[in-house]
Structures are given as structure tokens and as C-alpha cells.
Design a protein around this ligand. Structure first.
Ligand code: ADP
Ligand code: TPW
Ligand code: MG
Length: 582
């Protein structure tokens, strides 16, 4: 039995009594990926990579074909986040490449390891701009949007090219890598033995990076004297898979913690130290804040302004990227290293005993958390018709509590912001969402990869606008028969369905969609299950059935079109005309 793509080819070339065993670019790329434990490709076929997909499938790789490259790219990106191995997205040249590039840029922004592999036209023609089929200088365009970009021109360099791409994606701060493969390369033939010897198995693609001992001492010194300490966990902490040590650090220190959106579930959201339901108080009143794998970007108001109150703060920041320090405010105690090593060193440093934080502080946080949870509870049980966000999300919250290993994908504006605060997560890396850019369109790509990579049921909670960005991929979900249940929060538009055209003209307002659409019928068109749900009970029944059966399902959840607010909870970032005449 042949063990590699090159072996198969060699056997074939023997069969034809070829004078020499040969391999080619197609087979070497497959062998290089598989040698490095990469067995899944997300992509869209076409010139010059159609045969590459076919051969990869023939060699036993999983090749998942999408309807649009952006969603294949998003799938690859989140596969990278979920597995710590770079997710692979494969596209055709120029337009296919550009479609994938958005996802590559988004992966880089979010620190997800991913490799975008695009076929390209021959250099000679591109560089002389002679007008090739789908001609574009892709490498130059990719460079500013990713962590690294490489081109392989010769078959004997495929091994080292793939190795460089893997190492660049995974090491240090993870990110997106572009790998440019000109059409000629795929068909280039070389001696099979030499080809095999040219492949590189990357040893330790994400080497541990130990923090300096003095950085650990400095951080503990700052933390120890805090009167109102706070820990913020970000998606870097979730990615790092140091789950037990992070939990131990939080619990040993007794410090309240706040999870960023995708760090929810790293510790269960109902943990007694969670300050999630007292976010404003915790940020405003804290005096020392320890960030673990979270950046002080817009999501944390850049570490300053009224969100952070008037109290002077000291920040401790744990991150693998040294340049992240002082990016927005002064970091009093930078701890540069990989999170697993840093957290373990902090735990060692606490071994001699650790003073519990002042009970006035932990008590105040707890009190606020309990008051806010009690205030929210009746809203989550309301039976208004049509449903508001709270009623629908109250139902989904119970389902996730009962099925904590399900993966939640979430995008939209109100649909995102309400779901983030209402749906508790109980396990790490189960919540996947719009991330650092707040980008719409990740939904179906993330859902597909989450199902493929983990084998767990996926619940995708989608605003009706958000869903539209990747909606065609429900055909992909049906085609691969994936256990994905999509719930579309249908409020007839972006934020709300009630806006009117200010000119009084016949066009509807810019934020409004066709009223009372039936997204469930789209799913039926591809053989999946479609359900129209108007009450929390109907919603609960439909989602539970979907999760039990594993059948691709889309629930059209009718939401009150008046219930949402402009831009959800980030309306303050939305400039509005100061001189409009309305
Ligand atoms: P969030 O959006 O949840 O606040 P961010 O994406 O802003 O999180 O921040 C994640 C941070 O985690 C990045 O600065 C990244 O460099 C860092 N990071 C990612 N993986 C690791 C790791 N293994 N060790 C240390 N830092 C990491
Ligand atoms: C790639 C701007 C942010 S949120 C949103 C848009 C278009 C849709 C909100 O409507 P939805 O949610 O999903 O129906 P809801 O519950 O409030 O009604 N293009 C990209 N990304 C972003 N973020 C936008 C546009 C946007
Ligand atoms: Mg909407």
C-alpha cells in the first residue's frame, strides 16, 4: 500500500515502466501538509487548483468545498483556533484569492493560525502585466494583510515553503500566512526520492517562550498589594489551552475575573469569582488589572476613559507579543512569554501563600453580579409575542446549559450583544464569534469548521443580516450533513425592522429587509430541516430536536422588529450627522 501521494505516483510511474520514479508539485504539496499532520482543506475549486483538490481527496485528505472562498477562509481560521494547527484555505487566483484574503486578514487580526494557499499565474506574465487569465500580483497584495507571505517557484522548495508557512502561522503570536503557488509549480516533475527528501516535518512549530523570572516577581509584587484586583481573560488564553492552570491561578488568587467574549467558558460563567455580570463596576473600580491573552484595544476602551473610572490603574499584561505592551496605556508589569509558561510561573511564585483580596472588593462585585442576575431573570422568562431578544435567548441559554459541550457560533448586532451576556458558557473554546473586528460573515464558515474539527453539535445564533453574509453555505452544511442548527433572529433587518426612508420615497430604509421572510425555507431547499418559531417553546423544541438528531436545521425565530437598538451595544462608536435636517 502506498503511504504518501508521492508513493502512489511512483507506483503509477512504475506501472508505466517509466525510467525513473517521479513526483510532481501536486503530490509534494499534499505530502508536505500530511507530513505535518494537516489532513483537512477548506476551499473552492477552479484553475489552477481543481486537480489539487481532487488528488488531495484521493489521498485521503478531507477537502471541504464551499460556495464562496471567504467562508472557506473563515472555516480555516477557526479550525486553526480550535486545533492550534494552521487551518488551510485553498483558492483559485485573483478573485478567489481576494475573496479568501478577507478571512486571512481577519485571522491575522484575531491571532488565529491559518494558511491561505492560492494558485496564481506565471510570474513572467504577471510581472510584465501581459493580461493572463485571472492575473494578479497576489503576493504583493497579501503582504500587508497577513503575518507572512511566501511564494514557491520550484518543486524542490515545496517542503521548505510549507514548513515556513506552518512555523510562521503558529509560532509567537499566531496569525495568517499566504502561500503563493504558481500554476506551473503544480505540474513540475522531479525525482520522487529527492522529492521525499526535500519535505520538512516542522519540529515544535510553536516553541514555548518562558517569561523572565524578574518579570514574574514584578507582576506578583504589583498584584499582591492590590486593593481591588481584577483578572481579564482573553481569547489568547483560551487558545493557549492552559485551562487547568488558568483556573488554578484564578482560584488560588481569589481575584474576580472577567472573560472577553471568546474566553467565556474558560472557567464556567457561573463561577463564583466571575465578574461577568458586573463588568462596568469591575473595570471602573479596579486598581490593578492583570490581562491574560487579551489586548487593550477598542473592546476594552483602550484601557482609558470613563469605562475605566477615575482611579489610577496598574496593568499587568501576559502576552507572547512584546510589542503589545504599552500599545494603549503604560503596562506596569509586562510578562512576555507563552501563556502556559507564564501562568505556571505565576502559580509557582504564589506557592509561599497568597493574601486573599480585600473582602469589601470581592463582596461588592459579588453583590452587583447577584443583583444584575436577579434583575435579568424575569426578562429571560417573558412570553411577549412576538418574542424579544431576552425571551428567545432565555430559551437558548437553557439549551446550552443542558448541552455544555455544544459549540455556539454568534454574530449580529443586538443578536450578538444580548447573546454574549445572556448565554452562559461552561467549557473552554465553545464560543466563536465576530472577534476583534466585529466582522459579519463568519457564521456559516465557523459553523462548518467547528462541526468538522470537533464532531460536536453546533448552534449558530445569527442576526438576519449577519446570516445573509454567509447564508448560501447552508447548502455546504447539508451537503456534508453536518450537525449544525442555525437560529436566525429575524427582526426584519439590521438592528431593527422599523426604520423608514427619510425622503418619503418608495425605496425602503437602508437598514430594512423584506418583512416576515422565511429563512427556514432556504434550508428546506437543500434537504435540511426548516422550522418557523414564534414562541420560546417552539424555539426550544426545534433546537433540541436538531441537537438530538444532528440534522442540518434552520430555525426562523421571529423577533419583535422594534426590540433592537442601533448598533446593539456599541452605538457610541457610531458617528451621526450633526447637520442632518430631520
Ligand atoms: P480578546 O479579543 O479576547 O480580548 P485578543 O485577540 O485581543 O483577545 O488578544 C489575544 C492576545 O493573546 C494577543 O495579543 C496574542 O498575542 C495573545 N496570545 C495568543 N496566543 C498566545 C499564547 N499562546 N501565549 C501568550 N499570548 C498569546
Ligand atoms: C463585513 C456592519 C454590524 S452588525 C450588522 C452590520 C451590517 C448587522 C446587524 O443586523 P443583524 O443583527 O445581524 O440582523 P440585529 O440583531 O441587530 O438585527 N459589514 C461587515 N461587518 C460589519 N460589522 C458590518 C458590515 C454591521
Ligand atoms: Mg436583524
Amino acid at each position: 500500500m502506498p503511504t504518501t501521494a508521492t508513493d502512489t505516483l511512483r507506483q503509477k510511474s512504475h506501472d508505466k515502466s517509466a525510467p525513473q520514479s517521479l513526483t510532481d508539485g501536486f503530490h509534494l504539496i499534499i505530502d508536505a501538509l500530511r507530513l505535518n499532520g494537516i489532513n483537512t482543506i477548506y476551499g473552492v475549486p477552479g484553475i489552477p487548483i481543481t486537480d489539487f483538490g481532487r488528488l488531495a481527496q484521493a489521498e485521503g485528505m478531507r477537502v471541504i468545498s464551499f460556495r464562496h472562498e471567504q467562508h472557506a477562509g473563515n472555516a480555516a481560521a477557526i479550525a486553526g483556533y480550535l486545533t492550534q494547527k494552521p487551518g488551510i484555505c485553498l483558492t483559485v487566483s485573483a478573485p478567489g484569492f481576494l475573496n479568501g484574503l478577507t478571512a486571512l486578514a481577519n485571522a491575522t487580526t484575531n491571532c488565529f493560525p491559518m494558511i491561505l494557499i492560492s494558485g496564481s499565474s506565471d510570474r513572467e506574465v504577471v510581472d510584465l502585466q501581459q493580461g493572463d487569465y485571472e492575473e494578479m500580483d497576489q503576493l504583493a497584495i497579501a503582504k500587508p494583510h497577513c503575518k507572512a507571505a511566501f511564494r514557491v517557484l520550484h518543486a524542490q522548495d515545496i517542503g521548505i515553503g510549507v514548513a515556513r508557512a506552518i512555523r510562521a502561522a503558529c509560532s509567537g503570536r499566531p496569525g495568517g500566512v499566504y502561500l503563493d503557488l504558481p500554476a506551473k509549480l503544480f505540474a513540475e516533475v522531479m525525482d520522487a526520492q529527492a522529492g521525499r527528501e526535500s519535505l520538512v516535518k516542522v519540529v515544535d512549530p510553536a516553541p514555548r517562550q518562558f517569561p523572565a523570572p524578574e518579570a514574574i516577581v514584578r507582576a506578583l509584587d504589583v498584584l499582591k498589594v492590590a486593593k481591588r484586583p481584577l483578572i481579564i481573560l482573553g481569547k489568547g488564553a483560551a487558545y493557549a489551552r492552559a485551562d487547568e492552570d488558568i483556573r488554578a491561578l484564578v482560584e488560588k488568587s481569589g481575584i474576580p475575573y472577567l472573560p472577553m467574549s471568546m474566553a467565556k467558558g474558560l472557567l464556567p460563567d457561573d463561577h463564583p469569582q466571575s465578574a461577568g455580570a458586573a463588568r462596568s463596576l469591575a473595570l471602573k473600580e479596579s486598581d490593578v488589572v492583570m490581562m491574560i491573552g487579551a489586548r487593550l484595544n477598542w473592546l476594552l476602551s483602550h484601557g482609558k476613559g470613563k469605562t475605566w473610572g477615575t482611579e489610577p490603574k496598574k496593568f499587568i499584561q501576559i502576552d507572547i507579543e512584546p510589542r503589545e505592551m504599552d500599545s494603549n496605556v503604560e503596562i506596569a508589569a509586562p510578562v512576555v512569554g507563552d501563556i502556559a509558561s507564564c501562568v505556571s510561573a505565576l502559580l509557582d511564585g504564589m506557592d509561599g501563600g497568597w493574601p486573599a483580596p480585600p473582602p469589601e472588593w470581592t463582596g461588592a462585585i459579588r453583590e452587583k453580579v447577584e443583583a444584575n442576575i436577579a434583575r435579568m431573570a424575569p426578562k429571560l422568562r417573558n412570553n411577549n409575542v412576538p418574542m424579544d431578544f431576552h425571551a428567545a435567548l432565555g430559551a437558548l441559554r437553557t439549551i446550552i446549559k443542558e448541552r455544555p459541550d455544544a459549540i455556539l457560533v454568534n454574530e449580529g448586532a443586538n443578536t450578538l450583544d444580548f447573546a454574549r451576556s445572556i448565554i452562559n458558557m461552561y467549557q473552554p473554546r465553545k464560543r466563536l464569534d465576530v472577534g476583534t473586528w466585529g466582522v459579519m460573515g463568519i457564521g456559516m464558515g465557523f459553523a462548518v469548521a467547528a462541526a468538522i474539527e470537533t464532531g460536536k453539535p453546533v448552534l449558530a445564533v445569527e442576526g438576519d443580516s449577519a446570516f445573509g453574509f454567509s447564508g448560501m453555505e447552508i447548502e455546504t452544511i447539508c451537503r456534508y450533513n453536518l450537525p449544525v442548527c442555525v437560529v436566525v433572529f429575524n427582526n426584519n433587518g439590521i438592528y431593527r425592522g422599523t426604520d423608514v426612508n427619510p425622503s418619503g420615497g418608495t425605496d425602503v430604509a437602508t437598514t430594512v429587509f423584506v418583512k416576515d421572510s422565511r429563512y427556514d425555507k432556504m434550508m428546506e431547499a437543500f434537504g435540511g430541516v426548516g422550522v418557523h418559531a414564534t414562541t420560546p417553546d417552539e424555539l426550544t423544541r426545534a433546537v433540541n430536536e436538531a441537537m438530538d438528531s444532528g440534522k442540518p436545521t434552520l430555525v426562523n425565530a421571529v423577533i419583535d422588529e422594534k426590540a433592537g437598538t442601533e448598533s446593539g451595544r456599541i452605538g457610541d462608536l457610531n458617528p451621526q450627522s450633526a447637520v442632518s435636517k430631520k
